[in-house]
Design a binder for this molecule. Sequence first.
Ligand SMILES: [Zn+2]
Length: 125
Amino acid sequence: MYEVTVEAGFSSGHYLRNYRGKCENPHGHNYKVFVTLVGAELDEAGLLLDFKLLKQVMRPVVDYLDHQMINDLKPFDQVNPSAENLAKYFFDNTATQLDEMTHGRVKVKDCTLYETDSSFARYYE
Ligand SMILES: [Zn+2]
């Protein structure tokens, strides 16, 4: 199998509901997200997916969250904006777009979301 990974960053505010500790008060993070794709077949150019295309797929998701209070944005007005839920959000949004783009040839393997340099959550199916 082949894998490719692209990293993107965004700076946003959040707070956690139903949580006792530092993250219950509004504060910001310089988030980093890594989206990894997997597939058994390359295209005619020998690529699983052009990095540029994966960046394009991630861009609207990143732009939606960047420099926002994430708790004000759907679905995070209902769903807690934890690193875990943000990782799943990236997974779901990029997987839908990639399915259409590659007709199932390329899948999202996992999304890893760093809240700090030393703390991250990963989502995969
Ligand atoms: Zn936090």
